[in-house]
Design a protein around this ligand. Structure first.
Ligand code: MF3
Ligand code: CO
Length: 263
């Protein structure tokens, strides 16, 4: 299979899908409070996606995933399943991962939330994860190998004591949830995939406090750090443009441009 390049009509639709995904993350912010169950967060997002935005929650039923979004707390790396018996607690860091389908096109984004007051160590890992994504965005332009993404993330993260999860990567996205290319978040040798205008993919680095080792729990989904260290992740869906990239899933609290001119 080849990497699909999106035309102007497709780009318009993906921009709309991205805006909806961003708005879900904005909408849920005030509900991320101590004693709220992750199932309640799921339900609020599900209703907003389906009723308010007439869209489809892409995670629901994907490979039999049982809920509409993923919620991953503290040492959960990704794919946490919302549950009526799991409650957000003061001091938690929480990743909410939202993917939707609108008019046949997918969009996917996630960010970290603080539950009440959070300690410095937790703030730090979230900051590193966010900045590692932003640094990758600054380096994207057509004509260079996709390996620039992993290289710039690793170069940044290895200055700290944090580590990069190797088991999960970003992915092409469009008419399908997951398409080519694979987007690795660490230094790699994929120098043959060259970035081109019209490519759309996610970048979604998962950063661990200690070891990068992870395991999947017996529920078949929840991924945790082996050493119980913290983990943080940020994700955007982006378009490669003639001069850099455009973020489809930019949220209003982000202090970066929607369009990066990198060349
Ligand atoms: N947003 C994740 C991804 O990047 C979630 C996929 S797993 C799911 O692919 F089952 F929850 F959808
Ligand atoms: Co994704």
């Amino acid at each position: 299979m080849k990497i699909s390049l999106k035309n102007q009509k497709e780009i318009k639709l993906m921009r709309i899908a991205g805006q909806i995904t961003a708005n879900v993350l904005e909408m849920i912010t005030n509900y991320v409070q101590p004693q709220t169950s992750t199932n309640e967060i799921n339900l609020l997002c599900h209703r907003y996606i389906t009723e308010k935005r007439k869209s489809i929650p892409a995670c629901l039923g994907y490979l039999n995933f049982p809920k509409s979004i993923c919620i991953s707390i503290n040492d959960v790396v990704c794919h946490g399943i919302p549950d009526k018996n799991t409650f957000l607690m003061e001091g938690d860091i929480v990743n909410i991962d939202v993917a939707i389908i609108k008019d046949g096109y997918y969009s996917d984004a996630s960010k970290m939330f603080f539950v009440g007051k959070v300690n410095q160590k937790k703030k730090k890992i979230c900051e590193i994860a966010k900045k590692s994504l932003y640094i990758a965005l600054k380096n994207i332009k057509p004509g260079i190998p996709i390996s620039i993404i992993g290289k710039s993330i690793q170069n940044y993260v290895q200055k700290s004591r944090f580590s990069i999860v190797k088991e999960y990567c970003g992915h092409g996205i469009g008419k399908n949830f997951h398409e080519l290319p694979q987007v690795l978040h660490y230094e790699n040798s994929d120098h043959d995939t060259i970035l081109k205008p019209g490519m759309t993919f996610t970048i979604e680095p998962m950063i661990n406090e200690k070891s990068s080792d992870v395991y999947c729990c017996s529920d078949g989904w929840t991924v945790k750090t082996k050493d119980n260290g913290l983990s943080a992740q940020y994700e955007h869906t982006i378009l490669v443009t003639d001069t850099g990239c455009e973020i489809f899933t930019l949220q209003k609290d982000e202090n970066i441009p929607k369009i990066f001119i990198n060349s």
